[in-house]
Structures are given as structure tokens and as C-alpha cells.
Ligand binder design. Structure first.
Ligand SMILES: [Zn+2]
Length: 349
């Protein structure tokens, strides 16, 4: 029996939504030159035991059997432009167009027009991926376009929700652009940190925690003093901040790994900071962990969730229920923490 629909949650999440049947390939519909049906490519299962890579905005794993599209009530499509709050909801929910830049097919899903990139692929299931560019659908050669459309319709709630979330995320990111200069603010451990250029300070940066009275007067409770002249170039400021944040990240992540590894009964061997645009972390069975240094923008509970997530992969190398049970044994509220990963606007680097 062929595997059915396979979803990719968000950018690189390998979790699968429950299947929707597609017909088996008709006999003789396979490529003629082939030396027989090939085994499916197993991109999600690398030969070296490595855990699935965890994307920057990982979506909650659907409950097995419950259905990704039904695990939450479908959110209505959102208007692309902010609408006056006085407009009744029914009117505010205007048809929305989602357009992939390389779209080659268009479909009406509920009230929205979705232009998506359609690809034929050597695979045994219809795959949906919602990324920053929009929806990408890939299907084996033997599945007809009518069947593809039917599969899209059957998962329309999931697809529209993901497209809406992806759009909101891009909007948040655009809003989070930092002007790298004296007085700029960026999130650090979940709270605003103000940059202060102060030539007398060490070039490496010095964190200053203000007293409550000072904090009231200044508007933030923490400042980063950078030993740079007030007229320093933006790139200079940004590089100095990044270097400081990466040092902080390395020290903090090491401490958190040491803290949680015994609780999970695992040993980690090596920590590398990553800078991937789309992944929070990854783990390999040999005990090496990669964590995105930009996690340092988030509050400690969120960082701890990602640390525990990667350590849990040293025990379970997939996102199966057993994996989530392992995570929950240390972080019972992992779903809420995970949600925050997508709700905070990160500075652009
Ligand atoms: Zn994972």
C-alpha cells in the first residue's frame, strides 16, 4: 500500500500529518526506462543517525490520528492589509491571495486564491510545504491533477492556516529590523536590551543591569555598553553586538545542556553554534548538538525547551510520540514554549 499524503510542517519540520488516501499508481504508469520502481527517497531519514532538523518556527506536531487540519479550529483567512477595527468581522475577512513567486498553478481554497508551485517528483505521496515564498506541492507522476486538487481541498484548513502564519511571520520580521546605532533595542533573553555606545568601555561589550529606579527613568532594565565611538558604522555596531551575543549564547547553552542532560539520562559531547536561517537546532547520535545562537533573543524557558528538545533526540531520533513524551518528562509545557518561538519578532542580522 502506498503511503498517502505527507505533510511537511512549516519550513523543515519533518513531522507528518495523518494521511489522506491517494490512489495507488496504475500498473504501467511508471517511467518506462526505469529498472523497476525505486524505493522512495527518504529525505527525512538520513543514513547517519541524525535527528530531524528543527526549524526556526516549528509548528506544533499534530496529534497522531487527530489530523493536522483538524487539530485546531481553522483560522479564517486574514485580510492582507490591516482593516479598521470598526469593520464587522465578516466584511474584514476579505478573500486573500497567496502567491508563490514561481507559481504555476492556482486554486480556490475556501475563500482564498492560492497560487502555488507544483512539481512532479520521485516520491510516493503528495507533499505540501509552506515556506516563506508560499505553498509548494510535489506529487508523483501517477497522481492526476484532479487528485492533487482534491488533496489540497481536503487539507485546505491546514494549508490556509500555515500560509497565514507564514505571512504574519514575515510581517513581524520586517517590523523587527534594527537600526544598528546608539539607543537601538533588541530582545535579549526575552527582554529588551538597549545598545549604548560608550568609547570608554571594553570593545567586547559589557552588560549593565540597571536599578529599578534607573530602569524606570531609562525605560529598559538592561543595557549593553559597547566600546565604540558614537559615530561608529552600523556594520561595526552590528558585528560587535553579534559577537557579544554569540559569546553569551555559547556560555548559556553549555550551562543549560549540562543542567538538562542528566535529567534525560543522556550525554552530550560537543556544542556548535549555528547560524542557519531556518533551524533552531539539531542533534546527532554521537552527542554533538548544534543550536542557533539567535535563540539568545528568547526567554530562558523557550531556550530551555529547544535545549531539551535536542537532548531528547539523543534518546529518540525522530518526532514520534515517544520523543514528545521524553521532552514532556522534563518540559511538560513544551507546546506553549514552542509556540513562543514563532511569536517573537527577531531582529534581522
Ligand atoms: Zn526535533
Amino acid at each position: 500500500m502506498h503511503r498517502l499524503l505527507q505533510f511537511t510542517l512549516d519550513l523543515f519540520e519533518r513531522d507528518r500529518a495523518p494521511a489522506t488516501p491517494v490512489p495507488a499508481p496504475p500498473q504501467g504508469a511508471r517511467p518506462r526506462r526505469s529498472t523497476g520502481p525505486r524505493p522512495p527517497r527518504r529525505a527525512a531519514t538520513p543514513s547517519m543517525p541524525a535527528a530531524p532538523e528543527d526549524d526556526l518556527f516549528a509548528a506544533p506536531t499534530p496529534d497522531l490520528g487527530a489530523g493536522a487540519a483538524t487539530s485546531r479550529p481553522p483560522s479564517p483567512p486574514r485580510a492582507p492589509v490591516a482593516t479598521s477595527p470598526a469593520v464587522p468581522l465578516a466584511e474584514a475577512v476579505a478573500p486573500v491571495a497567496f502567491q508563490h513567486p514561481q507559481a504555476n498553478r492556482t486554486l480556490r481554497l475556501q475563500d482564498s486564491t492560492v497560487a502555488y508551485l507544483f512539481k512532479r517528483a520521485q516520491r510516493r505521496s503528495i507533499g505540501f510545504v509552506v515556506g516563506p515564498d508560499g505553498l509548494v506541492v510535489s506529487a508523483p507522476r501517477w497522481v492526476t491533477l484532479v487528485e492533487v486538487d482534491a488533496a489540497l481541498q481536503s487539507k485546505s484548513a491546514w494549508i490556509l492556516r500555515k500560509l497565514g502564519e507564514s505571512r504574519e511571520r514575515l510581517q513581524r520580521q520586517a517590523a523587527a529590523q534594527v537600526r544598528w546605532a546608539d539607543g537601538a533595542e533588541l530582545p535579549y533573553l526575552g527582554e529588551p536590551l538597549r545598545l549604548t555606545l560608550s568609547p570608554g568601555q571594553s570593545p567586547g561589550g559589557q552588560l549593565q543591569t540597571l536599578t529599578p529606579t534607573e530602569a524606570l527613568a531609562v525605560g529598559v532594565s538592561r543595557r549593553l555598553l559597547l566600546g565604540l565611538p558614537p559615530q561608529a558604522a552600523e556594520s561595526q555596531v552590528r558585528d560587535a553586538v553579534q559577537a557579544w551575543l554569540m559569546r553569551e549564547a555559547k556560555a548559556l547553552f553549555t550551562q543549560r545542556l549540562d543542567h538538562f542532560a542528566p535529567q534525560l539520562g543522556v550525554q552530550w559531547k560537543k556544542l556548535a553554534l549555528s547560524n542557519a536561517g531556518t533551524r533552531w537546532g539539531s542533534a546527532r547520535i554521537d552527542g554533538s548538538i548544534r543550536l542557533n545562537w539567535r535563540l539568545i533573543h528568547f526567554s530562558l524557558p523557550v531556550i530551555d525547551y529547544v535545549v531539551v528538545h535536542e537532548l531528547a533526540h539523543l534518546r529518540v531520533m525522530d518526532h514520534s510520540p515517544r520523543f514528545w513524551d521524553t521532552v514532556a518528562s522534563v518540559v511538560p509545557d513544551h507546546a506553549q514554549r514552542r509556540q513562543q518561538l514563532r511569536q517573537v519578532g527577531l531582529p534581522e542580522w
